[in-house]
Design a protein around this ligand. Sequence first.
Ligand SMILES: [Zn+2]
Length: 274
Amino acid sequence: MSETIYEPLPGGCSWVTGGGTRTAVKLSRSWQRPLAECFKQSACPIETKPQEPIVLPDIPEEWLLLPNPMTPHRRHRLVVPARCWVAEDLQILGGEAAIVSALKIVRIATTNDDVEMAAFMHVGQLAGQNMWHPHWHLKEVRVREPLEVIGWQSSERFIVGTEEFAIYAEGIRAGQCLVVPKRRTVFTAPNIQKLAKLLSDFISRMNEKWKSTEGLPPEFSMVIRLAPDHTFRYASYYPILNHWGAPEYVMAPFEQGPFTLPWPHEVTAAYLRS
Ligand SMILES: [Zn+2]
């Protein structure tokens, strides 16, 4: 038994609890299926239905920016490669060059979006993916209080850093990470290059570190948050390493109760640093 924790996340909107007997990383995920088995790939809606891409200058070749007219979200578009990827490519968001291309389109597409925006890709159904064709959602986010974490630090939760960014274990899920800018960072082409390299290297490492005892890399999501002044707020990576119960589905959303961590973020950080 170790000490138990009960603490707010950065931003103060949610709480986490953990510790006690829940202190060790667990890698068994008997419930997870291989990525490619989860989808019927025969009728890709992106490739089989006629698309009317949004035309903007400098969209990278082999990529499309698509409108999303039936969405409940504001300014919701999809950033997609022209062709489907194999599972191995999806597992790494297509690799560094593909991340650069996608984020470049995000930059071009948000030129006139002077509001809170997010771009995110879900990898695997448990992480929120509902169509096999890889797609970055790009949309306005309606939040009560935008998260301000420029220069945020936590020595016990530090995983890896560069001159511009640092990655910490933080969030409501075990294995969730927060990528914070060390200083104000405008979402320019050079900064996108640096961020994409960091995220690409990080995802490859996470695919190894979180490989299940059954042999599968994790399903996960990568989220990029942009401020109305076109600066990079933060990014968050969350792998699906465990499942939620009543505290997370009911008391957390209705009454701001804590999310239960199956092991503490400090344990995640130490494991990922090793
Ligand atoms: Zn497709």
